[in-house]
Design a protein around this ligand. Structure first.
Ligand code: XIL
Length: 320
C-alpha cells in the first residue's frame, strides 16, 4: 500500500525553448521513471505559470503527457499545486483584479485543472507553503491569502473536492518535518478546517533535507500526530543536499550520512499507518533543482548522473 514516487523534470516551457527537458529528450531518464517508481509528481508542469499562461488560456500539453505516461506505466500521480505564493504567472501577480475577480479566477482554475484530471490523480497538493517559518500565514507574499483572506484556503479545498471527489486533498510544506512553530500552525489549522467541515484529507512534509541542518528526528512523531487527527500523511519531495567539498564530489562519509537520512525518512513513513506516499524530488543530480538553488550544495538525489545507484538508493531498497 505504499507508493514510491519521483518528481518528473521537464516537458518543455511555453516561452523558454532552452528550458531543460529530460522528460522529452532523455530516454534513459524516462526508463528510470517508468521502471523504478509507482507514483509520479510533475515537478513544475501543473504549476500556474505552466498550466495557466494567460487568464483565458490553459496549456495542458505537458501535464497531459505526464499523466498519460504514468497511466501507461501503471503509476499513480500527485498533482502539484493549486494555491501557492510562488511560480504564479505575471498576468496574475501584477494584474489589477478585484477580490471578486480573483476568487472567480481561482475557482475557475481549480475546477478546470482538477476537473480535467478527475479520477486520475491520487493526491493533490491543494495548498502549498501557506505558512512562514514562524507559523504565520503568508499574508504578504501569497496573493490569495493577501487579497481574499484566510477563508480562501477552505474554499480551495471545497472546490477541489467538487471537481474530483476521489482525489485525496493535501496541505503540503517544507520545514514541517519536525514538531515546530510551522507544523504546529498546520496542526491547529487542520483541526479548525475539520471543525468547519472542510474536506482536507492529508498533511505532507516535502522533506528537503540538508546534512548541514541535521536529521529531523521527530519526523515519525510529527506525522503520527496528523495521522491521529484522521489524516493521510506523505513525504512528497524528499532530497538530501550537502555542502560539496572542493572538486564537487561528495565524500564517502557524506554519502553514508545521506543514505541514512533517506532510510530514516522512509522508515518514518512506514511506521505511520496513514503514510501511503513517499516521493523523492527527482533524479539524478544533473536534473535536480538543488545545485541551481542552493549555492555550494548538491548531490541531493539517490542516483549518479549516469543513473547508477548511490548508497541512498540501496538504503531505500533495504528499507522496503
Ligand atoms: C521547485 C522545482 O524543483 C524547480 O524546478 C523550480 O524551478 C522551482 O520549484 N517546494 C515545492 C516545489 O513545493 O514545487 C519546488 O520545486 C521545491 C520547493
Amino acid at each position: 500500500g505504499l507508493f514510491i514516487g519521483s518528481a518528473v523534470a521537464g516537458g518543455g516551457h511555453h516561452d523558454d525553448a532552452s528550458y531543460p527537458d529530460p522528460f522529452t529528450s532523455d530516454q534513459a531518464y524516462r526508463d528510470v521513471l517508468a521502471g523504478e517508481f509507482s507514483s509520479l509528481s510533475p515537478e513544475n508542469q501543473m504549476k500556474w505559470e505552466y498550466i495557466h499562461p494567460a487568464r483565458d488560456t490553459y496549456d495542458f500539453e505537458t501535464a497531459d503527457r505526464i499523466v498519460d505516461f504514468a497511466e501507461r506505466n501503471g503509476q499513480v500521480l500527485r498533482g502539484h499545486t493549486l494555491l501557492w505564493h510562488s511560480q504564479n504567472p505575471e498576468w496574475l501577480e501584477s494584474g489589477d483584479f478585484s477580490p471578486e475577480q480573483l476568487r472567480e479566477i481561482l475557482h475557475d482554475h481549480i475546477s478546470t485543472v482538477v476537473g480535467r484530471y478527475a479520477g486520475r490523480i491520487q493526491q493533490w497538493d491543494v495548498a502549498n507553503e501557506i505558512f512562514d517559518e514562524s507559523g504565520q500565514l503568508r499574508t504578504r507574499d501569497n496573493i490569495w491569502i493577501r487579497e481574499l483572506g484566510p477563508g480562501i484556503i477552505a474554499d480551495a479545498f471545497r472546490w477541489a473536492r467538487e471537481a474530483d471527489p476521489n482525489a485525496k486533498l493535501f496541505l503540503n510544506d517544507y520545514g514541517v518535518e519536525s514538531i515546530n512553530a510551522k507544523s504546529n500552525a498546520y496542526y491547529d489549522l487542520v483541526q479548525q478546517l475539520q471543525a468547519d467541515g472542510v474536506p482536507v484529507d492529508g498533511f505532507s512534509a516535502q522533506a528537503h533535507l540538508d546534512l548541514d541542518d541535521g536529521y529531523p528526528a521527530d519526523l515519525t512523531r510529527n506525522l503520527q500526530r496528523f495521522a491521529d487527527l484522521g489524516l493521510e500523511t506523505a513525504i512528497t519531495e524528499l532530497d538530501v543536499r550537502m555542502t560539496l567539498p572542493e572538486g564537487g564530489t561528495p565524500t564517502e562519509q557524506q554519502l553514508a550520512e545521506q543514505a541514512s537520512y533517506y532510510g530514516r525518512a522512509l522508515d518514518a513513513c512506514l511506521r505511520v499507518r496513514t503514510c501511503h506516499s513517499f516521493t523523492v524530488w527527482g533524479l539524478p543530480d544533473k536534473y535536480s533543482w538543488v545545485p541551481s538553488t542552493f549555492p555550494e550544495q548538491g548531490a541531493a538525489t539517490i542516483m549518479w548522473d549516469d543513473f547508477t545507484r548511490k548508497p541512498a538508493y540501496d538504503e531505500l531498497l533495504d528499507g522496503l
